[in-house]
Write a protein that binds this ligand. Structure first.
Ligand code: AGP
Length: 606
């Protein structure tokens, strides 16, 4: 989504504000801007493009001041144009506002304001905010009251920050269903959509909740309720992540760095206390009905959970994509909803959890971002501890989520009696081989993957196929290719192919098949049948597999041979291989790996 930052200090802030918004660029990057208060009022500079380019073009560093706000945009209302970039101003330019979220009643508000002779420049919903504040000021209200009165008129979701000429020593901000965090420094305070906005400057933070606004000066802050202006006291929290974790560390892209961090993030997922994992397992087993949810990659992680809960615990617990959950699944009292989310801020998933809570269902979440809305909303939170994931494309966070869900399935297996303690011990031992397997694969096979990508990247249409646990892996792998390489890639169960899609098979359509281990006899044989069916129709097969015998098969047009691994962990090894393949597809095709077109790291709107 969009990124918001703000700094107020007793020293000049321009460089820090620019750095801050650069560190949030992964949240959205079609345009950006800054407003800094100086002796003439808020000076606003903004344009379309990435922060570094706009900063150079608009001479951001030549702006000087002690207080400012900045924004990096992911367009929702209105195209990618300089006028639609934030900050937005009121008619006389004395108020500058940045906004993340969607003001759903903006058209009505805009009409009313136009009738009152307000002049609009952009097509955005956000621009109504400075004009509304201005309208209240005209009636003689003090700025703070005008700010909170305007907030009360907004419907939808917002994180808002405002600076105004008449009060140059304060930043005003507010939160409702879009994240906002205050950072506390020495004679200098910060504001950000997430910790990355200010983690280089302070580790002390205060997380704002829905329905709150805050006034920040360089000496302190005050948080109040939008409803009645009553003060809110908050705990200051310590951010555990450190700034170095958010740097590229010698890798050409965050995506590659994060793929290579996976042995470590798997270890962190394995180190999560057994108690925490059992609490998830208990929730799933003891409830009337249980559901898993997430969206995009985290839906596929949830599906992995579904398959392992079936195999390890004999449980039937559906994974439902959170964007469709409420319309398909009325969860209520006695039910348990376990959500998966890297950011903890995804609108679709939060919507499910809020509704589940309203209907008295129990909720839990596996989340990566500390202090996120989801982590604070649910009854039980398991923090996955994967560290900051900066690339828009999720890799290390997704793998860690899958490991946590597999551990949960194993504990659920103990509770249901499908597994004995000895089985659990053996299975956990197998899981513990995963970090080593991944690091060996990355160190020894990366060149093979790169060469495969170079041979295959010019094919524009792909089917990614898998059976059983390899089906959600195929879906997730296909999403990676779409997101980062922009190749049309459809993930599908290999068994589903023959029920219609097989009509598409020809020599131009590439089929990438995830082949199970030979030990999974039945599944292996059935996957082979799918391959035969493709070949019989003149199709082309690339396989990701671990069978030394199959490696010599004439059925293969190309392949990636994986190291041997226990069936329990092989789907995850295959996933890592496919992540690396997507990365090399993208670099071969010259894509913008860390900031692919049209995407944003966390999608906080409907
Ligand atoms: C992952 O590569 C995607 N960018 C996207 O599908 C993402 O997983 C999805 O938006 C959910 O985000 P969350 O994990 O932060 O909730």
């Amino acid at each position: 989504m969009c990124g918001i930052s703000g700094i107020i200090s007793s020293n000049t802030i321009t460089k820090k504000l620019l750095n801050s918004i650069q560190n949030l660029e992964y949240r959205g990057y079609d345009s950006c801007g800054m407003a800094i208060i100086n002796s003439h009022g808020p000076v606003i500079r903004k344009n379309i493009g990435h922060v570094a380019d706009v900063a150079e073009k608009e001479l951001f560093l030549s702006m000087d001041g002690y207080v400012g706000i900045a924004h990096t945009r992911w367009a929702t209302h209105g195209g990618v144009t300089p006028a639609n970039a934030h900050p937005h101003a009121n008619c006389d330019g004395s108020i500058a506002v940045v906004h993340n979220g969607i003001i759903s009643n903006y058209l009505d508000l805009k009409q009313t304001l136009i009738k009152k002779r307000h002049h609009f420049i952009s097509e955005t919903d956000s621009e109504v905010i400075p004009h509304l504040i201005e309208e209240y000021r005209k009636g003689g209200m003090p700025l703070e009251s005008a700010f909170s009165a305007a907030l009360k008129e907004l419907e939808g979701s917002f994180a808002v920050a405002m600076v105004a000429y008449e009060e140059p020593g304060r930043i005003f901000c507010a939160k409702h269903e879009s994240p906002l965090i205050i950072g506390l420094g020495n004679n200098e305070n910060y504001l950000g959509s997430d910790f990355n906005a200010f983690i280089e400057y302070t580790k002390d933070a205060v997380v704002m909740d829905d329905g709150e606004y805050a006034i920040i000066s360089n000496e302190g802050y005050a948080i109040k309720r939008i409803g009645d202006g009553s003060p809110v006291l908050k705990k200051v929290m310590q951010i555990e992540w450190d700034a170095e974790m958010s740097k590229k560390g010698g890798f050409p892209h965050y995506m590659l760095k994060e793929i290579y961090e996976q042995p470590e993030t798997v270890n962190k997922a394995l180190a999560i206390s057994q108690e925490a994992i059992i609490s998830l397992a208990r929730g799933l087993v003891d409830s009337r009905r249980a559901f898993l949810t997430g969206v995009g990659t985290t839906f596929y992680a949830a599906q992995i959970g579904q398959y392992y809960l079936a195999s390890e615990a004999g449980l039937s617990i559906p994974a439902i994509s959170s964007d469709e959950f409420l319309e398909s699944t009325p969860a209520g009292e006695g039910d348990f909803v376990l959500a998966v989310s890297q950011s903890g801020e995804t609108y679709d998933t939060l919507r499910v959890l809020r509704e589940a809570k309203n209907r008295k269902a129990k909720t839990a979440a596996i989340v990566n971002v500390i202090g996120s809305t989801m982590a604070r909303l649910v009854d039980t939170t398991v923090m996955q501890g994967s560290g900051p994931e900066i690339c828009v494309i999720s890799t290390k966070a997704a793998l860690a989520q899958m490991v946590i869900l597999i551990r949960t399935a194993i504990e659920a297996g103990i509770i249901t009696g499908k597994l004995t303690p000895a089985d659990r011990k053996a299975k956990l031992k197998q899981l513990e081989t995963l970090p080593g397997l991944i690091s060996d694969f990355l160190n020894e096979h990366s060149a093979f993957v790169h060469n495969l990508a170079k041979r295959q990247a010019h094919h524009h249409n792909w089917l990614y196929l898998g059976r059983g646990k390899y089906y959600p892996i195929a879906l997730e792998a296909a999403l990676k290719v779409k997101e980062v390489a922009y190749l049309h890639t459809e993930g599908m169960p290999a068994g589903f192919l023959k029920h219609g899609t097989i009509a598409l098979i020809d020599e131009k359509l590439k089929c990438l098949v995830f082949v199970p281990t030979e030990k999974e006899h039945e599944l292996y044989k059935m996957t082979m049948s799918s391959i035969e069916e493709i070949k019989a129709r003149g199709g082309s097969v690339v396989a990701i597999h671990s069978s030394r015998a199959f490696a010599k098969s004439p059925l293969l047009d190309d392949q990636l041979l994986l190291p041997s691994a226990p069936p329990l962990v092989m789907p995850l090894v295959a996933l890592v291989a496919s992540q690396l393949l997507s990365y090399f597809f993208a670099t071969t095709l010259g894509r913008n790996v860390d900031k692919p077109r049209a995407l944003a790291k966390s999608v906080t709107v409907a």
